[in-house]
Every structure is written in structure tokens, then in C-alpha cells.
Design a binder for this molecule. Structure first.
Ligand SMILES: Cc1cc2nc3c(=O)[nH]c(=O)nc-3n(C[C@H](O)[C@H](O)[C@H](O)COP(=O)(O)OP(=O)(O)OC[C@H]3O[C@@H](n4cnc5c(N)ncnc54)[C@H](O)[C@@H]3O)c2cc1C
Length: 408
């Protein structure tokens, strides 16, 4: 039986970043994770990567780990080319148009989590419980208790932060409902060796069955995120490497030359899911536990990290005024900050997916016109880019643009 200020459930990107942000406030934290987080391998590029934006880089910098991440392996991307496979329509973004050295970076997820763990292990006020799961939750008037399996440890704290992913058990245990619909698409993910240099460009081709992205990585590699309907996903998963490479080259040969996948793709079913509330008594949801969206704009982790930063800032504000950190007014304030903005992102992703996935002639014509308008109408393009780059919106302090951007 132990006591702490905050119990964080889930040691993915969002749970670990919450722990890093809150540990700095001197709070006693218990973090519970079902698995042992996968270590980063300097000799092999992991196939789980994220496009991270400037707000996220600022957050990682403020918790003191960006330098360590960028010293190991990150790839900045300076341009983005997006096109429709069935027309000439295209839109291009170049960081120079926004007076930035880059639009964002591609980073392996396990490099970020490993660096966060290295940071947390230096903190005397963080206890890490790996290979443990929360089995029960019991809310009382002024605290909340969890029981862990397999050890049966009980932890009582003022707040649980549920960062336990899209299928959040905490969300279910405290009875928060979600609105959920399938995108009827899978994302196939793997690493690709490319004949031609990617020129630090992120490529995205919208095909009738879904968007296919090639994100630039170290040493002439790219990360492939091939979103497609289930029929095509089943078909692609049956192909051997040679045939898979050939299908991929049909989309990207012009830009990247001959392509060679390094591993069999991993398959992720895609959903749109949003929690009806971001809190329950003494419980706050962050990251995928609160919202899951399509990976087409690479925003899921970025907006989840904004949740973590907004919640940490709300808690700091509350505790400095002597308020209980799990009180309804504190958690409502966090929800007001994040839920509306996340809702807009989820709606926008759904609209993009529907418009770009439609083979209806009228929608296709509108799509082509939309691309041309967005590409030539600079205020709209700037607005889109600024949000995706993490330069606009109601940013928490740790995510705000720094005065001088470093060159990486
Ligand atoms: C193909 C694909 C590509 C993507 N690309 C991008 C991108 O480029 N940029 C971007 O910003 N986002 C991207 N995303 C989204 C991003 O990956 C997620 O939003 C992000 O990883 C969510 O992190 P999380 O920590 O909230 O959840 P998770 O990563 O799911 O972590 C949850 C953790 O909780 C643990 N857990 C679960 N249940 C329990 C329990 N009962 N007790 C204890 N621990 C528990 C799990 O083991 C896990 O470690 C992509 C998503 C997909 C599918």
C-alpha cells in the first residue's frame, strides 16, 4: 500500500511525458505500465516513428531531453509534397515560406520513450512499475485508489492520469463513454530503403483507397505509412517483398527511385474515437485514451502531448493556489482547454479522409479544385501549416515557440 500525489497509468509517449512534466513540480508520481517499454536500437531504425512538430520539440526541450534525442537520430523534414494520384492536383509546403529551418522532425517512438525513461530514472520522486496493470479503481471523496496485478500493490493518490491508449481500461472502469467509428482502413507500416535521396521531404499520395505517406529517415530510408481499405490491406499483406516493392514504386518511383522494404509491414486498424468527457472524479484522460484519429496528418501524438502539457500546467496553477489537484474545477478547466481543439482536429481528419477517399466524380473535381485553391491561396495554406507545425492554437507554455530555433 503506497501513497502518491498522482498515479499515471500507461508508459507510452503521453504517459511518460506527463511524468516528466509533473516530476519537475516536485510531485510524487507512480507510473504503471503493462509492458517493459521497448529499448531503442542504434543499429536498426524502428518502424514506429512519429512526425513531431515544433510545439512537441519545445516540450521535449523544456523537459531537457531534446538534445539527447537529436544527438542520437532524428530527421528534420523541410518540405512536404501532397498529391492526388488521379489528377495533377498537388499542394507543397516549404519551411522557408514560414521562416523556419524545418517543418518538423521524424523520430522513432522508442527513442523518445527511452530518453524520457532515462530522465525519469534520475528523479527520486517517480516510482516506475513495469509489467504491472491496473485491475481496479476506487474513487473516494478526496482520493482515488488503484490495485495492480500481478503484485496486488495498492496506490492511493489525488489523481489518476489515464494515458493507457485507445482501449483505455481506466476510461472503461470509471464509466466514460466514447464516440467511435471505424475509418474502414488499415495503416501498414514499415521502413523502406530508397535509391534516391529523399531531400528531407515528406511525401503523401492520396489514392482512391487511402493516403500513402513516405516520411524521410536517416541514411536514405523512409518510413512508410500506407493507409488503405481492408480489401487492399489484405491484398498487400499477402505480397512477397518483391511484389510489395513494385506496388510501392508505382506511387513513389519518380521521387525516390527503386524501393526496398526492410521488414514485413505491421498493420494497424484505423479508428476515429473521442471520449465524451476528459475527466471523472479524480481521473483525467490524456492522449489516445481521450482521442484517436487518422494518422494522415501525423497529429495524434502531437495533440496528445499538448494534453499532457496543458494538464501539467493546469495542475501547477491549481496547486500553487492550494487547490486539490483532482478536484472537479481543476479537471474541468483542463477539459475546456483541450477538448474543443481536439474535436476540431478529429473532425478535420474525418473530412480529409472522406473527401480524399471518394471516387464520386463531383467530389473528385472539388478535391482537385480544393488542392489548387489551397496551394495558391497563401493565407489558407499558412493557416494549415501553422497549426500542423505547432505554431498556433492555445499552446501550453512549455510548447510555445522559442525565441531562437536550433538548426536541427
Ligand atoms: C500508423 C500510425 C502512425 C502514426 N503517426 C503519427 C505521427 O507521425 N505523428 C503523431 O503525432 N502521431 C502519430 N500517430 C499517433 C500516435 O502514435 C499516438 O497518438 C500516440 O502514440 C499515443 O500515445 P499514448 O501514450 O496516448 O498511447 P499508447 O502509445 O497506446 O500507450 C499506452 C500505453 O499504456 C499501456 N497500458 C495499456 N493499458 C494499461 C493498463 N491497464 N495498465 C498499465 N498500462 C497500460 C500500454 O502498454 C502502452 O504502453 C500514429 C498512429 C498510427 C497508428
Amino acid at each position: 500500500m503506497t501513497q502518491s500525489d498522482i498515479t499515471i497509468v500507461g508508459g507510452g509517449l503521453i504517459g511518460l511525458s506527463s511524468a516528466c512534466l509533473l516530476a519537475r513540480q516536485g510531485l510524487q508520481i507512480d507510473l504503471i505500465e503493462t509492458t517493459t517499454p521497448p529499448p531503442w536500437d542504434q543499429h536498426k531504425i524502428s518502424n514506429r516513428v512519429s512526425a513531431i512538430n515544433i510545439a512537441t520539440r519545445n516540450l521535449l526541450d523544456s523537459i531537457g531531453i531534446w538534445q539527447s534525442i537529436s544527438d542520437r537520430r532524428v530527421t528534420p523534414y523541410r518540405r512536404m509534397q501532397v498529391w492526388d494520384s488521379h489528377s495533377e492536383a498537388r499542394i507543397e509546403f516549404d519551411s522557408r515560406e514560414y521562416a523556419q529551418p524545418q517543418l518538423g522532425w521524424i523520430v522513432e517512438n522508442n527513442l523518445i520513450t527511452q530518453t524520457m525513461l532515462e530522465r525519469l530514472q534520475q528523479n527520486y520522486n517517480v516510482r516506475l512499475h513495469f509489467n504491472s496493470s491496473v485491475e481496479t479503481v476506487e474513487a473516494k471523496e478526496d482520493s482515488i485508489k488503484v490495485e495492480l496485478s500481478p503484485a496486488g500493490t495498492q496506490i492511493t493518490s489525488g489523481l489518476i492520469i489515464a494515458a493507457d491508449g485507445g482501449h483505455s481500461k481506466i476510461r472503461e472502469l470509471v464509466g466514460i463513454e466514447t464516440r467511435q467509428e471505424s475509418f474502414h482502413q488499415d495503416a501498414l507500416v514499415t521502413t523502406v530503403r530508397c535509391e534516391k535521396f529523399h531531400q528531407n521531404t515528406a511525401f503523401q499520395c492520396f489514392t482512391p483507397t487511402g493516403p500513402v505517406a513516405m516520411l524521410p529517415l536517416h541514411d536514405n530510408h523512409c518510413s512508410l505509412v500506407w493507409s488503405c481499405d481492408q480489401t487492399q490491406s489484405d491484398h498487400l499483406m499477402t505480397l512477397d517483398q518483391v511484389d510489395f516493392n513494385a506496388e510501392l514504386e508505382q506511387l513513389f518511383k519518380q521521387q525516390l527511385g527503386a524501393l526496398h522494404i526492410l521488414d514485413r509491414p505491421h498493420r494497424f486498424p484505423l479508428h476515429n474515437r473521442h471520449a465524451s468527457s476528459y475527466f471523472a472524479p479524480h481521473v483525467a484522460l490524456v492522449g489516445d485514451a481521450a482521442h484517436v484519429t487518422h494518422p494522415l496528418a501525423g497529429l495524434g501524438a502531437n495533440i496528445g502531448l499538448l494534453d499532457a502539457a496543458a494538464l501539467a500546467q493546469t495542475i501547477e496553477h491549481a496547486t500553487s493556489r492550494g487547490k486539490a489537484l483532482g478536484s472537479q474545477s481543476v479537471l474541468r478547466r483542463y477539459e475546456r482547454w483541450r477538448k474543443g481543439e481536439n474535436s476540431l482536429v478529429l473532425t478535420a481528419m474525418k473530412t480529409f479522409k472522406n473527401v480524399f477517399g471518394s471516387s464520386n466524380q463531383t467530389v473528385r473535381q472539388l478535391r482537385q479544385q480544393g488542392f489548387s485553391i489551397a496551394n495558391s491561396f497563401h493565407p489558407l495554406k499558412k493557416e494549415l501549416a501553422s497549426y500542423a507545425m505547432g505554431l498556433s492554437g492555445d499552446l501550453p507554455i512549455v510548447c510555445r515557440p522559442m525565441v531562437s530555433a536550433d538548426p536541427l
